[in-house]
Write a protein that binds this ligand. Structure first.
Ligand SMILES: [Zn+2]
Length: 183
């Protein structure tokens, strides 16, 4: 994961005019020739902390990289023109077949999404979704291997694919009045 190169380092040519970049690694990228400017601002992503009445959290096992086989929270990237709340509803519905309508923003965390050797900056928004009844879950097997209810114990937190997801679960636990030990 640490081998991924920052996206600021891979723009070797201006994507507008094609001239060689002299500002490699800078943020923003500014082309000397045509003045094309690109800010490497974080991409927005959303994650759902779906809980049952026993304060367990719905955790998925990821079916693809990054973090293949590790734990994650349902969610994904926000599309252009889409609200974060709609992205959350869409992603949760796509991944686990669950329609959520009571999501409340819990916390936000910076994240790095490392894929195919490149790391892009992300800001994750985590929403709390409390369920009163057992949900009917239907998995998209391309995205999710399996799902389970978990108490947020250290051995679960250590298996999270993304540090930001672990941090969000720690915020949830603290909100619920549990101290998270053994970080
Ligand atoms: Zn240019």
């Amino acid at each position: 994961m640490s081998e991924a190169v920052s996206i600021t380092e891979i723009f070797r040519f201006c994507p507008r005019c094609g001239n060689r970049a002299t500002c490699l690694g800078d943020n923003p990228f500014v082309c000397d020739t045509c003045h094309f400017t690109h800010y490497f601002s974080p991409v927005a992503a959303v994650g759902a902390i779906i809980t049952d009445p026993r304060q367990r959290v719905l955790v998925i096992r990821r079916a693809k990289d990054p973090g293949l086989g590790k734990f994650g929270l349902p969610g994904g990237f926000v599309d252009p023109g889409e609200s974060c709340e709609n992205a959350l509803r869409r992603e949760v519905l796509e991944e686990i077949g669950l329609l959520i309508d009571n999501a409340v923003l819990l916390t936000t965390c910076p994240n790095r999404y490392c894929y195919a050797g490149t790391a892009i900056p992300v800001v994750d928004l985590f929403y709390l979704c409390r369920l009163d009844e057992d949900p009917s879950i239907s998995l998209d097997k391309n995205e999710v291997i399996s799902w389970q209810w978990c108490q947020c114990e250290p051995q679960v937190l250590k298996q999270m694919a993304f540090t930001s997801h672990r941090q969000a679960l720690e915020v949830y636990m603290e909100k619920m009045g549990h101290r998270v030990s053994d970080r």
